[in-house]
Design a protein around this ligand. Structure first.
Ligand code: ADP
Ligand code: MG
Length: 248
């Protein structure tokens, strides 16, 4: 397997002398689907912001495709990693769905002729082709999240981070977005990093990164994580439904 992203003893805090991430290390391979779980405030979103280059670590090393990230190539993070946040309201930048997807492409100075093809193609993948001419006020939360994903997908990132992207959605949209994450991995060979409290989602991941107070507590396949009853209890994780069922 090929490494795609590596954190090596990353330390970070928002205020001096108040570390939030402590020696965070992990390696994610190309095409993996990783779920990041842990208490509120344990540093999950902070990891996602470091991943996309929004925050810079105090110390430690980030590698992307085996290349060390430093001042000179920080842009590589932003170019290769896209993120979907929790609130679909805050992610719409265009007047219509089409404009919204076009926005990132225009910034990247993509040829307008190619742009149309890209928009049609991602709209099809997300099954939002009928929404292209609509404005945000006409869309449901789930549809807005799909537009956000389409806008990211259009930029062709290798890695997509979902930061509790399904938390505010109705059950049906939640399910659609979760299926979509699997499809992006299986059909489009994207590497997916999903921050979630949904253990029925986490059970489908290749590996779970279990965070606790800014530290990596475990990084292992779901089966291994959920077997460790004490850890599951400490982290206040729910048991996935299928495990509950088999315990009964
Ligand atoms: N912009 C910020 N300024 C100061 N502290 C912050 C900021 N963002 C988050 N924090 C603090 O960092 C810690 C980790 O936050 P976060 O990464 O958002 O946790 P999670 O996503 O796991 O809920 C929390 O204690 C939070 O209060
Ligand atoms: Mg968070």
């Amino acid at each position: 397997m090929k490494k795609i992203i590596e954190f090596n003893k990353i330390n970070f805090g928002y205020e001096k002398n108040l570390p939030i991430l402590k020696d965070v290390s992990f390696v994610i391979n190309e095409g993996e689907y990783i779920c990041v779980v842990g208490h509120n405030g344990c540093g999950k979103s902070t990891i996602s912001k470091i991943l996309i280059g929004l925050l810079k670590p105090w110390s430690g090393e980030i590698k992307l495709f085996d290349q060390i990230i430093d001042q000179s190539n920080y842009h590589l993070l932003r170019e290769n990693i896209g993120v979907i946040f929790q609130n679909p309201e805050n992610q719409f930048v265009g007047l219509t769905v089409e404009d919204d997807i076009a926005f990132g492409l225009e910034n990247k100075q993509i040829d307008p002729l190619k742009m149309e093809n890209i928009i049609t193609s991602v709209a099809k993948t997300l099954k939002i082709d009928k929404l292209l001419k609509l404005g945000p006020q006409n869309l449901s939360g789930g549809e807005k999240q799909k537009v956000a994903i389409a806008s990211i997908l259009a930029m062709e990132p290798k890695i997509i981070v979902f930061d509790e992207a399904t938390a505010m959605l109705d059950p049906k949209s939640k399910k659609e977005i979760k299926n979509l994450m699997l499809e992006l991995k299986q059909k489009y060979h994207k590497t997916i990093i999903s921050i979630t409290h949904d253990m029925d989602e986490a059970v489908n991941a290749d590996k779970i990164l279990l965070m606790n107070s800014g530290q990596v507590q475990d990084f292992a396949p779901p089966f291994t994580i959920f077997q460790q009853k004490d850890k599951v209890k400490d982290a206040a994780l729910d048991q996935p439904f299928i495990l509950k069922l088999s315990t009964e």
